[in-house]
Design a protein around this ligand. Structure first.
Ligand SMILES: [Ca+2]
Ligand SMILES: [Ca+2]
Ligand SMILES: [Ca+2]
Length: 626
């Protein structure tokens, strides 16, 4: 077992992540602190053991099923497309290197018979990849089958399917990833297969940290706070990041219930009388409820070790756990999620009597706490070194919580508190959640009180979507990702952009928004500059070595499936902790498929949730008949 000094340092860099995701450069403050924090980590840095300990090689580009001829460089010269495939009536695009050819052919992958020929667009530059490419549009091909794209002068593309079921497995796996990250329970082989593991982190005896002490619960008070999902590649649980993650899954259910009602994830709660997605969400909601102090409504910011665990399995990580500091952000994110959840679970009163009411009361008391404590920011105690999720801009958290409470209760005072006219719409991230308010208001627009400004709701949704759509339309890769979007967790930016586009489609029915949203799914699944489908277990050439402790420590070669990687991040904040170099410093190719790379290859619940949502949306919204 690695010794304590091999505690990974990626959370040190989450500290930086806090800044990068808020679209600020790393502050001098954070950079100045880095050496101090990293100093405690030993030579391994983010990697708790040498790469040779990995179950596979450290090669960045190798892949068992790669069709690439050369593995010595990232394959700039290849056709890039969604490797998981397309629904029959979907928009279908591929990126082709700048070659002399002006036409492309679609082949039947088995017979190599040409089934379609089309014109390539003229070449254009995609700035984030510094790459000139052409586009092939084969949206007109709707016949189910397995295909490849052929362009003279380039290797044939990966094989990919067109069919009605192409996203079925991905839709399930992206949710089951949360099951694999459950705290406090053993994963049995009947559900987890080769990824079965012992229970870790029961969290039934958690200490109230000094920073969280109150008269009713002084320092050292023992509370029980079981269940929940591990946040990311580490084993701690954070309310702020649980906020957007749990909400995004709840929104997926609110928007597309039919899809999930029929889904069987093969989890312990399968075959009960609750949709499996809701069962999985409850695993985290039940934990979140325990994070509220019943004496005052305040919510602890996180449940954590003092330091990060090494690269060990959950049951081997047995450090004492603490709840740390109540914060305004935690109270507001908690209030928003519980208000949302109480709407969703109101339909399951028979299965869970009283739960919806309990959640609503929990939301309202957390909101009340935040009203009396409107600016309690997270301050990392001296003896705690895990992730901070610090955020000093809370207008968006207030707006989001108010919007969800307004929708759930119908109380106009919450709409007033939201300050709708002063609340912009943005692509969401854990630290900027105002966009979630607009998603919920747009979805519930037919059931709001007269006070709600319907024109404003529509204009906020379409305004942001139009901006993304215009970028998409003008992009050589036909994606809405631009250079400044390549922050830590850039794949979640792409996915959350897709979610914004989906809202505009749901509001307007204009197909262009759905096509742009499809492109953002395509992007994560292979139509990106790395030519890697960045979800474990999916695509011909996909992420193999995520920064995820169980995936690294389990001794199984294949990574646990269904996790989206953080994605290209030119910040490369893990460079000094990695024994191999990134294959490229170019923005959209700055991705390292290695366990060491917490800055480009970690997994996180707030990155997987928008994958769940976007896959479901594309499946549910794409017309069945071409
Ligand atoms: Ca179930
Ligand atoms: Ca914020
Ligand atoms: Ca593994």
């Amino acid at each position: 077992m690695p010794v304590a000094k091999t505690v990974a340092c990626w959370r040190t860099c989450l500290f930086v992540k806090a800044y990068s995701l808020l679209s600020k450069p790393c502050s001098i403050f954070s950079l100045a602190l880095l050496p101090l924090l990293v100093a405690g980590c030993g030579s391994g840095g983010g990697t708790a053991k040498p790469v040779t300990g990995s179950s596979s090689t450290s090669s960045v580009v190798s892949s068992p099923a790669s069709s690439a001829a050369s593995s010595s460089v990232v394959n700039l010269g290849l056709i890039k497309l969604n490797q998981v495939g397309f629904l029959p009536a979907a928009s279908k695009l591929a990126v082709v290197p700048e070659v002399a050819a002006t036409a492309f052919q679609l082949l039947d992958s088995d017979t190599h018979r040409v089934v379609y020929s089309g014109e390539l667009t003229s070449a254009a530059n995609w700035v984030p990849a510094q790459e000139r490419v052409k586009l092939a549009d084969f949206s007109g091909i709707t016949e189910p089958g397995i295909y490849q794209l052929r362009v003279e002068g380039v290797e044939d593309s990966h094989s990919f399917p067109i069919g009605t079921e192409v996203y079925r497995d991905l839709a399930a796996a992206s949710i089951k990833a949360f099951y694999y990250n459950r705290a406090g329970t053993a994963l049995l082989s009947q559900h987890a297969g080769i990824y079965a593991r012992q229970a870790g982190h029961p969290d039934t005896q958690v200490y109230v940290h000094g920073s969280a002490a109150s008269q009713a619960r002084p320092e050292g008070t023992v509370i029980s706070s079981p269940k929940g999902w591990y946040d990311a590649g580490d084993y701690n649980k954070y309310i702020v990041n649980s906020g957007i993650s749990t909400y995004t899954l709840l929104a997926a259910y609110e928007h597309f219930p039919l899809l999930f009602n029929e889904q069987n994830l093969n989890i312990p709660e399968s075959n009960d009388d609750m949709p499996d997605l809701l069962d999985e969400i409850l695993w985290n909601l039940e934990w979140m409820l325990t994070m509220q102090d019943p004496h005052d409504g305040g919510v602890y910011h996180k449940l954590t070790n003092k330091n990060f665990d090494g690269t060990v399995m959950p049951h081997q990580a047995t450090s004492q756990r603490y709840v740390v500091q109540k914060t305004t952000a935690a109270a507001l994110d908690f209030a928003a999620v519980m208000a949302t959840a109480s709407r969703v679970f109101a339909a399951y009163e028979a299965q869970r009597p009283g739960l919806a009411a309990q959640m609503r009361e929990a939301a309202e008391s957390a909101w009340a706490w935040a009203q009396t404590n409107p600016a309690v920011f997270y301050v990392q105690p001296a003896d705690i070194r895990t992730g901070e999720y610090g955020d000093r801009s809370l207008a968006d958290e207030f707006a989001w919580a108010a919007a969800e409470l307004y929708i759930t209760t119908g109380d106009d005072s919450y709409y007033t508190a939201m300050n709708a006219a002063g609340t912009e719409n943005t692509v969401s991230s854990w630290g900027d959640v105002r966009g979630l308010a607009w998603i919920s208001l747009a979805h519930h627009r037919d059931n709001l009180t007269d006070l709600a400004d319907q024109d404003l709701i529509a204009s906020r949704v379409t305004g942001l979507a139009n901006s993304l759509h215009n970028t998409w339309q003008a992009s050589a890769y036909r994606v809405s990702m631009q250079t400044n979007h390549f922050v830590w967790g850039s794949n979640s930016v792409a996915l959350n952009q897709g979610i914004v586009l989906v809202q505009a489609y749901r509001l307007s029915g204009e197909r262009r928004y759905l096509d742009a949203a499809q492109s953002m799914l395509d992007y994560v699944l292979g139509r990106n500059a790395t030519n890697i489908a960045q979800v474990t277990g999916f695509g011909t050439r996909s992420t193999l070595h995520p920064h995820h402790r169980p995936s690294e420590a389990d001794g199984i070669e294949a990574p646990i499936p269904g996790f989206v990687a953080g994605g290209p991040n030119p910040g490369q904040q893990d460079r000094s902790d990695c024994p191999v170099s990134y294959p490229s410093a170019v923005t959209a190719r700055s991705y390292l498929d290695h366990y060491c790379s917490y800055a480009s290859n970690e997994i996180a619940i707030n990155w997987n949730a928008p994958l769940v949502y976007l896959v479901a949306a594309v499946q549910a919204l794409t017309p069945v008949n071409p």
